[in-house]
Design a protein around this ligand. Structure first.
Ligand code: ATP
Length: 420
């Protein structure tokens, strides 16, 4: 059963001009008609390049931005239409884990204060004593020592801060956690541990996640279903394995073709699709299919005039492309608008600096590393982690003001062992 259901959600930001900015001259169509279902106890991964509207959609679900149109149904209640007062009660049930753990934690509050603030606001725990006990339990679950309570955010490494961000969400016992780029600010060696922690917590507590990320490797590992976003809309949605085995939308094919294959023979033979140009402006999106200006299979004139619906081609594999079936069957021919080259020869084709391929090229090695880490790195069992936390009795770093912040570089984030 769907716990969270989005029906044709739109978020259009007005573009204002004039001396008093009181004249609306257009709109940024950041989210433009997204429908998706997140099943209870599952993870929905939302991917797309920077600027496609992922974060805005996540914020819309929490009603942190105004929803222009559509329904956001949590457990039968449409949040989009709830008065602010009633929405406040629902806020506890939807929590967010942010990309930048340091930026989202108040540096002047210790961990107990940060975590108990929301609990008190939502009436969780009869008194501070009860709240403290609950916080200690959650800190152990996320692999942090109980003595973290009295420490401040700057005393922790990046990965540990993200664990605090996860704990802050968990203490409120939410139904759905929206993770917005939960590991992209972390060193690659730490990313897998945080992803694995999210998975362990899901198994133990039956959590439901909406994970927003630009990194296909991160989303693949954790998601049951993946949605691919382009310029405010979903272009493809499928069970994770099906999407990776056989992407059907040209945009997804291009994204996937940028991910290197570990086998050198396959890598040499396979083709890469290099999209040219930047993501068009969401203030002035192309007509028809929004991807047609960069699509290698663009056909006259339907692609430029008729916006494709997201259609189920079988087994829940949905695609918004007029010619997906023909492309798959080989009956629709390529027409240009993108270069298709052997993977080993990508450097011969200049791509626009800001295109996904430009960043994909520079991020290629990083993605490979991240994927290797996600697959191979042994992660301690939770029992091991909490046992270590108990045993270790390490000196507490100076409180803020006593000494300059002794921020550790992420790379020396040790193996993210708790109890530091
Ligand atoms: N408050 C706002 N007012 C106007 N435009 C906005 C606002 N917030 C976001 N946008 C625009 O909406 C579009 C989508 O932004 P959004 O941050 O959701 O994308 P994203 O896919 O999450 O990208 P990133 O990963 O870089 O954050 C962008 O063009 C952005 O400039």
């Amino acid at each position: 059963m769907s716990l969270l259901e989005l029906n044709d959600v739109k978020v259009h930001f007005p573009v204002r001009k004039g001396v008093l900015f009181n004249r609306t001259v257009g709109h940024v169509y950041a989210v433009d008609g997204i429908s998706l279902n997140v099943e209870a106890g599952q993870t929905y991964g939302l991917v797309g390049e920077s600027g496609c509207g992922k974060t805005t959609l996540g914020r819309a679900v929490l009603r942190l931005v105004d929803v222009t149109d559509g329904e956001i149904v949590l457990d039968g209640t449409d949040l989009a239409k709830l008065p602010d007062e009633e929405m406040r009660r629902f806020r506890r049930r939807l929590q967010m884990v942010f990309q930048d753990p340091l930026g989202s934690l108040n540096p002047r509050q210790n961990i107990e204060s940060i975590l108990s603030e929301g609990m008190a606001a939502h009436g969780i725990g009869a008194n501070q004593e009860e709240r403290r006990e609950r916080i200690k339990e959650i800190l152990t679950r996320v692999g942090l020592p109980a003595n973290a309570l009295s420490r401040y955010p700057h005393e922790f490494s990046g990965g540990q801060r993200q664990r605090i961000g996860i704990a802050r969400a968990l203490v409120l016992e939410p139904d759905v956690i929206i993770c917005d780029e939960p590991v992209s600010a972390l060193d690659v060696s730490i990313q897998a541990q945080v992803i694995n922690l999210l998975e362990e917590l899901q198994e133990q507590l039956g959590l439901t996640y909406l994970v927003i990320a630009h990194d296909l490797a991160v989303v693949r590992h954790i998601s049951d279903v993946i949605g691919v976003m382009y310029l405010g809309s979903l272009v493809e949605e499928a069970p994770s394995d099906a999407l990776y085995a056989a992407p059907k939308h040209p945009y997804t094919k291009a994204l996937m073709s940028a991910v290197p294959v570990p086998d050198p023979e396959v890598e040499d033979r396979r083709e890469r699709i290099l999209l040219r140009g930047d993501l068009p402006s969401p203030a002035n999106p192309p007509t028809g299919c929004r991807f047609h200006t960069r699509c290698p299979w663009k056909q006259e004139t339907r692609c430029a005039t008729e916006r494709p619906e997201l259609v189920d081609l079988g087994d829940g594999h949905k695609v918004a492309c007029h010619f997906a079936a023909g492309i798959e069957a080989g009956t629709v021919k390529r027409t240009g608008a993108a270069a298709i080259v052997p993977a080993g020869k990508t450097d011969t084709v200049p791509a626009a600096r800001t295109s996904p391929e430009a960043s994909a090229e520079t991020a290629k090695a990083e993605t490979a590393k991240a994927e290797a880490v996600v697959q191979d790195e042994p992660v301690k069992a939770e029992s091991e982690v909490s046992a270590e936390a108990e045993v270790r009795d390490e000196p507490v770093k100076p409180a803020p003001g006593e000494a300059e912040a002794s921020e550790k570089p992420e790379a020396s984030d040790e193996s993210e062992a708790p109890g530091k």
